[in-house]
Design a binder for this molecule. Sequence first.
Ligand SMILES: *Cc1c(COP(=O)(O)O)cnc(C)c1O
Length: 360
Amino acid sequence: MKVYNFSAGPAMLPEEVMLRAQKEFCDYDGSDCGIMELSHRGSQFSKVIETAEENVRELMNVSNDYSVCFIQGGASMQFCMIPMNLLPAGGVADYADTGTWSAKAIKEAKRFGQVNIVGSSKESNYDRIPVIRHWKPTPDAAYLHITSNNTVAGTQYHAFPPVPESVPLIADMSSDFMSRVVNVDDFGLIYGGAQKNLGPSGVALVIIRNDLTTRIPDSIPTMLRYDTYVNNGSMFNTPPTFAVYMLKLVTDWLKEKGGLQVIEEINDAKSDALYNLLNTSDFYRSPVDPGSRSRMNVVFRLPSEELEAKFVKDAAANGMIGLKGHRSVGGIRASIYNAMPLAGVEQLIDFMINFEKKNG
Ligand SMILES: *Cc1c(COP(=O)(O)O)cnc(C)c1O
């Protein structure tokens, strides 16, 4: 039985990518050396990391005003690197509070300076993106930080907040990186852990506008400075070679699929199919405001927690795993990142209809 993995991350990878990695694990490009055994300074790995960067630039249409960096420590380390590098003494950083991950980013920023919460949906259990025209931004903020897709609550920005030219917009795109077309020029910095949409855990992809790397305080240690990664092609020290290699394969796959416009249409079709079922059902219910629903993490509730537990168990018995909601919120969460094919979503929908018939 083919198993569909609906986990939030680490998450499903495209089958073609897994098979290619399996082949190259022991023998990379006829070298008789496995990909994990290659020196990061050798010509073969250099080509891998260069191609990974080229793929990111091509897929997201990244101009030369930006650098593409591969940094260890996951998205969580970016929570501290961003204020360390970009929040000057006496400055104010603006943050939107939209859930678990943005709260963690805010907590780290507060260690380094003043934080202003421009808007929050905490009082309604993070069931929406707070209405942007009601936000209260700081006129001369060091930056504005948002979480473009909220992996736990199942919300997503469908339009990004406007910012004055002097205020860089920073986005944690961990759970919707390269799932749709975005205009990189609207951002000062975009980052995300790879393990949801781009590859395995172990690397964060960071796209940073070059002017932001010129005013980093001297006190920031070498490994935590963006300019270290920008000026050394992410090779100041040994990069996470396997994670970068996998990210290269996933971005190769995205290009073969036709790029982000095509993948966005597929992701729309997948999430529309699920939301249509939720909208028409009396059994399943979405707790998320219709205007803020995520196309990556579709969360829903059943009439009782007992039925939710049975749903997760029966789904697993039918080849669909990872559907339990985040431990902090409960319920069901279907993570349908780029690698989840439409067939997997269709199988889930068939299962949901049958489950309702038997238990509704
Ligand atoms: C998973 C996730 C993170 C944490 O990523 P790590 O790589 O584990 O640090 C941060 N932000 C968002 C939106 C996430 O989904």
